[in-house]
Every structure is written in C-alpha cells, then in structure tokens.
Design a protein. Structure first.
Length: 424
C-alpha cells in the first residue's frame, strides 16, 4: 500500500520521515533514562552493583516483553495508529513519574507497559509506505535506524548532563518531554501515513493471518541467536558504563569528559557509518552480490566480539586507568558490528511478516530483545565476581557464539524466502 500522489522527502516517502522523527524522540526518552538509570540506582538509591545490574536487566527485559502482547492488541483491536498514540501517552506519564524516588518501580512498570503498544506498532508501518517490489523498501530500515539514533545521540548529552550536574530528576523530566515531542510529531504527520489496513479477520489471502512452518523456523533460529548476542550487546549501558566511571581516565587536557557522554558515541557513529555502508551494499547489489541477511548479521556479531576482545586487552593491562581513547575505539568497532546486526534483523522480521500480522511479527523481534536483555542482566551480575579483563573476554565469546548460530540459520532463511516469494 502506498500513499496516493506520493511526494518524497530525501527520495523516500514522507511518512518514513514522520515515523523516524517520532521514534527519534522516543529513543531520546529511552536512552536518556538509560544513561542515568544505573548511576541513579547506585549513587542516589544506594543499590549495590549486583542489585542495580539485575534491576537494569529486568527493566529492559520487561520493556521488550510487553510488545509481544501489544503487537497482537494493535493488529487485532486498536490498529497501529491508535496503539502508537496510547502507548506514547502512557510512556510519557511513566517518565514524569521518575521524578519521585517513591514511584521508581511503578514508573518503570508504566514505561514498559506503554512501550508494549508503541514499539511494534511504529516500525511495522514502514512496509505500508511502499508498493510490492519497491527497491527503496530494502534500505528503509537502515534509514529509519539512522533517524532514531539521532535521539540516542542527543539523550546522554542532554539528559545525562542535566542528571549529573543539576540532579537526576531533571534528566528524567527531560526524557519525558522528549516522549511528548514524539507524540506531537506523530499526530501532526498523520496525513503522510497510509490509511490503516483493515483487520485480519476475513482476509482471503492464503498467507494472511498465519505463519508458515518455514517462516517460524527461521524466526525462532534468528531469535535464539539474537538473544545470545544481546547478552553481550546490552552491557554497553550496564557494565561498560560502570567501567567508564571507574576504569577509564576521562581527562582531556584540563577538562574531564562526563561519563554519560560516551554513550552518545554509539548513536553518533551510527549516523556517520551508515551512509558509506549503504553505498557499499548498494554497489554490491548492483554487481550481483546483494548479500544475505543472516550472514551479514553473523559478520556483525564477530565484529562486536572483536570490540570486546579489545576491552579485555585494555582492562588486562597495567593497573592504571585506561586512556579514554581506548573506550572511543571500542565504540567505533562495536557500532560497526551493530549496524550489520540490528537494522538487518528488524528488516528481516518485517519482511517475513504475513499480511495482517505486521505489528505482531515485529513484536517477535522485540521479544528477542526481552530475552537477551534478561540474560544481559544476569551476565552483568558477574562484573563484581570476576576480573574485568576476564569479563570482557566472556562477552567476546558470547558474541562469537551468536555469530555461529546466525551462520547456521542461513539455509532456513533461504527456504523461507523462497516460499515467501512464491506466495506474493
């Protein structure tokens, strides 16, 4: 389905800009709170490191579990648009509740609940912007990923600085304002989005409203691999953040770099690295080598493993604090690997979605983040029990295992895509 008399922005449907601007501000709110969460628990609420890591992992896990229910609600009852509006409103309320210490746990639960409706319903609208066979659809999720990382880049700089300098609750309030901004943009841009699709019930397409066996197998295989990968990936906001505070010399001349600023490096590098990667992939596709989704993801997981090996070597060096430039190099390698894994995986799940189950299938992608975040929280509890070099080496091994699992899933994807094309 495409918008009638389509006019474009930057060569893409205008609706794509509305969607990534909406999610840009949602990501601002999420990463803004995430940049502060571990520090807030350990410094203000006086949680122990193990408890803080477990709460962090449990919260991120719940935030990515609720979308599997929210996706079904969006597809079957509310519709994607209403689900986005309701979900964004609930999340904004939760962020403002973070201003009170006594509402800490209810606030986290409220944000996770709203996220369940919002998260699968927004990106699942991307496919509706394009006609079948539109070549731009293949790159839409990478463009979308760049847009949302603008929010992730700004969040630690704004929310993190407000929290560190003026007080934690100012940072949390800024995150709530960002969520409101996203909701306003989405409401104002409704005319650029395609009409909501009709409910699934009564559809006459053979694939509408159901998953075939081949699709289920590949989605489960990729989900398992991404669950393992997330156990290492999610440490950036957890144990890597703690190491940036205690194990890194953050002096740059006479100034000291705020610890939360390093978390802006990842989204900044996403914005810088994505355009040349897209050029490379387009050239390879034009030369008859379009690439394979799970093999690309496996390569990215190996790159992330290399990034953690770098930290293992740095942390295992002299007893002095590591130079902050090593942490910056880690983020550069880490982000390169991420770009091969996460937007590719999201696009894969959306592409294999049966008609009428777009939000539900995208929610299944976020369910893998739930399981991976939960495992990351458990892995994070080892930070205080083993040496830092050993811990980072363990993360490298976890990412390498994920790469192997993704490589093994390649034949399953080949079969699922052949069936998917035959049904179109």
């Amino acid at each position: 389905m495409t918008v009638a008399n389509e006019r474009t922005w930057f060569g893409q449907p205008r609706g794509l800009t509305i969607l990534f601007l909406t999610n840009m501000w949602e990501q601002f709110s999420y990463f803004g709170m995430r940049a502060l969460l571990v520090y807030y628990m350990t410094k203000a609420l006086l949680f122990g490191q193990g408890q803080a890591s477990f709460v962090y992992g449990t919260y991120t896990a719940c935030a990515y579990f609720t979308p599997i229910v929210g996706g079904v609600v969006a597809d079957r009852f509310l519709g994607k648009r209403r689900a986005v509006i309701v979900g964004a409103s609930i999340m904004a309320l939760g962020h403002f509740m973070m201003a009170s210490d006594t509402l800490f746990y209810p606030a986290l639960a409220t944000i996770a609940l709203g996220n369940g409706l919002f998260l699968p319903s927004l990106p699942s609208q991307i496919n509706d912007l394009y006609a079948e066979g539109d070549p731009r659809r293949g790159w839409a999720y990478n463009v979308y990923y760049v847009g949302i990382n603008i929010g992730g880049f700004l969040a630690p700089l704004i929310c993190g600085t407000l929290g560190e300098v003026y007080g934690w609750h100012y940072g949390f309030a800024a995150a709530g304002i960002g969520m409101v901004a996203g909701l306003v943009i989405y409401l104002a841009g409704q005319r650029y989005l395609p009409p909501p699709p009709l409910p699934v019930a009564g559809a006459d397409d053979a694939r509408a409203g159901r998953f075939d066996r081949s699709t289920i197998l590949v989605l489960v295989a990729v989900a398992l691999a991404v669950t393992v990968f997330r156990g290492a990936y999610e440490q950036v906001g957890n144990t890597v953040a703690l190491w940036a505070d205690t194990g890194v010399d953050r002096r740059a001349g006479a100034a000291v770099i705020p610890m939360t600023w390093f978390q802006s490096l990842n989204p900044l590098l996403v914005m810088v690295m994505t355009p040349p990667l897209l050029v490379l992939w387009r050239r390879r596709a034009a030369a008859g080598h379009p690439g394979h989704a799970t093999r690309r993801m496996a390569a990215g997981a190996l790159v992330v493993a290399g990034a953690y090996l770098l930290l293992a070597m740095v942390a295992g060096g002299t007893g002095a604090r590591a130079d902050w430039r090593w942490l910056a190099l880690f983020f550069a390698v880490f982000t390169l690997g991420e770009l091969f894994v996460l937007p590719t995986g999201l696009g894969l799940f959306a592409r294999l979605a049966p008609r009428g189950l777009g939000a539900t299938t995208v929610a299944a992608w976020y369910l893998t983040i739930f399981s991976g975040s939960l495992s990351a929280g458990l892995v994070g509890t080892l930070w205080s029990r083993i040496g830092h070099a050993t811990f980072f080496a363990l993360l490298a091994a976890i990412a390498a295992v994920a790469a192997a699992l993704l490589r093994l899933a390649s034949p399953l994807l080949d079969r699922a895509e052949m069936l998917h094309k035959s049904d179109e």
